[in-house]
Write a protein that binds this ligand. Structure first.
Ligand code: GLU
Length: 496
């Protein structure tokens, strides 16, 4: 069997969009599944809109997602000569022609066709049958021209078998003679893309359904260039809740891959979310390791209908699709701690909370701590925000527990320092001894143990909820706990 060769050919005109990332992921999965190759090609022919920053953003995004490629990055602009040579070849074979119609003429014709309610409002073929003499004359007169592909005058149907959508049919007479080279001699996407795919020996093209009109025309180019057709698989589009395409203009940064990186998503968890936007395994599984997903992925199970990016703007609880968050949480909770640790390290480093000892002397402590606190977290960033009290003495106490568990009961100003002294004096600072001391104090004071324990949680961690209190005490350590309990009065407004 011939080797499968796939490609991801982004146009570097913006950041890596989650739609683009999903396309890359599907191509990558299929290449890995079939033992084939993934080629990265930067389609930078639109020099005005392409930028170096965008190229870097795409490369960084792919690297972050863990999508690696086997060849490239190739840059489309480096192959301009080949694109033009292909256009020349088509001209020489009578499969393309020079068209001298001006923009105004084309506009007038289009308007007339629309006014006459003609079914076909594409190019009318005026220059299709110019004699060689007329062409030479026009050129000699310096008239600008584009090169148009000559759609074969065939009756009937142009058809191909799409791996996702099944048989796709278009009538030949619905396809107009499309432009392949502009009047400034710049070849257009439709041509460049095919010439590159032929040169790169691409066997499978997995791309969005928005490219289907291109596919019909490109199939004609393959034929005209005597090249074998690749397999096409058109993926459903991803829409928002109102069935509109997701875009930066309407949705902001949440459609950019870097948003997820900055918000502390686990790269593979995000891939896991992305793959389910338009593909399903055919059973109720949702969480896949890399290997499991490569094994399970097939083109046939890509959904035919569009997928929904379930984002509700202005809902602070769900700052993006809740499914992306919930998959991330599942990974956070179940990942091997040694795999999670470097990701947490990166976040702590970024926030100035990392200490080198977490890597040697305190390594065990570090792993246990992240294992203890991860259960309620949504993203990696939570380690530096909700979990800050474990790594620093400078943390904020959330307002709700502060009011509810501390400020409401001014006696705690004495009670917590009393507990601090008992903790200080304990022969051993253990789960049992800390719990017994807290309960004994509550009994002596004739208050519910919860009053002491909730206040202690607030003062020691800054949070309303979290893991078991006594686990927390042991993790944070006697010295810090004692210090935080002793200084509780600082949290009350100054008296006088
Ligand atoms: N550069 C095109 C894009 O980013 C490539 C489309 C394709 O052929 O896959 O939309």
């Amino acid at each position: 069997m011939t080797e499968t060769r796939l490609r991801f050919p982004p146009s570097p005109t913006g950041y890596l969009h989650i739609g683009g990332a999903r396309t890359a992921l599907y191509n990558w999965l299929y290449a890995r599944k079939t033992g084939g190759k993934l080629i990265l090609r930067i389609e930078d022919t639109d020099t005005e809109r392409s930028s170096q920053g965008s190229i870097q953003g795409i490369l960084d995004g792919l690297e972050w997602l863990g999508i690696d490629w086997d060849e490239g990055p190739y840059f489309q602009t480096e192959f301009s000569n080949e694109h033009l040579a292909a256009a020349e070849q088509l001209l020489a074979n009578g499969k393309a022609y020079k068209c001298f119609c001006t923009q105004e003429e084309l506009k007038d014709k289009r308007e007339a066709a629309m006014a006459a309610k003609q079914e076909q409002i594409g190019y009318d073929g005026t220059c299709r049958n110019l004699s060689p003499e007329q062409v030479t004359e026009n050129e000699a007169a310096g008239l600008p021209y584009v090169i148009r592909f000559k759609v074969p005058e065939r009756e009937g149907i142009l058809a191909y078998d799409d791996k996702v959508l099944g048989r796709i049919e278009r009538r030949y007479n619905e396809v107009e003679d499309f432009v392949i080279v502009r009047s400034n001699h710049k070849p257009l996407y439709l041509l460049c893309n095919v010439v590159d795919d032929i040169r790169d020996r691409i066997t499978h093209i997995i791309r969005g359904q928005d490219h289907m009109t291109n596919t019909t025309r490109q199939i004609l180019l393959y034929e005209a260039l005597d090249a074998p057709l690749p397999v096409f698989a058109h993926m459903p589009l991803t829409l928002d809740l109102k069935k509109a395409k997701i875009s930066k203009r309407s949705h902001g940064e949440i459609v950019a891959v870097h948003f997820y990186r900055e918000h502390g998503f686990i790269p593979w968890a995000f891939c896991n979310f992305l793959v389910l936007l338009g593909w399903s395994p055919g059973d109720d599984r949702e969480i896949f390791s890399r290997e499991e997903l490569i094994e399970a992925f097939t083109l046939e199970r890509i959904n035919r209908s569009s997928s929904i990016f379930n984002y509700r703007p202005n809902d602070p609880k769900f700052f993006t699709d809740p499914k992306a968050i919930s998959i991330n949480e599942q990974y956070l909770r179940s990942m091997d701690l040694t795999e999670l640790a470097p990701m947490v390290q990166a976040v702590l480093e970024r926030e100035g909370l990392w200490q080198e000892t977490y890597q040697d002397k305190l390594h065990e402590w570090f792993l246990e701590t992240i294992g203890l606190i991860r259960d309620r977290f949504h993203t990696l960033n939570d380690f530096a925000t909700l979990g800050r009290a474990y790594f620093s003495d400078e943390f904020t106490i959330e307002e709700k527990p502060l009011n509810k568990n501390v400020l409401k009961q001014p006696e705690l100003k004495e009670w917590l320092p009393m507990l601090a002294e008992r903790y200080h004096a304990l022969p051993a600072f253990t789960l049992e001894s800390t719990e017994t001391a807290a309960r004994e104090l509550a009994e002596e004071l004739d208050v519910k143990p919860g009053v002491i324990i909730n206040a202690m949680r607030t003062v020691v961690t800054g949070q309303l909820a979290g893991p078991s209190m006594f686990d927390i005490l042991i993790t944070i350590g006697r010295d810090k706990v004692v210090r935080r309990l002793r200084t509780v009065s600082k949290l009350y407004p100054a008296e006088n």
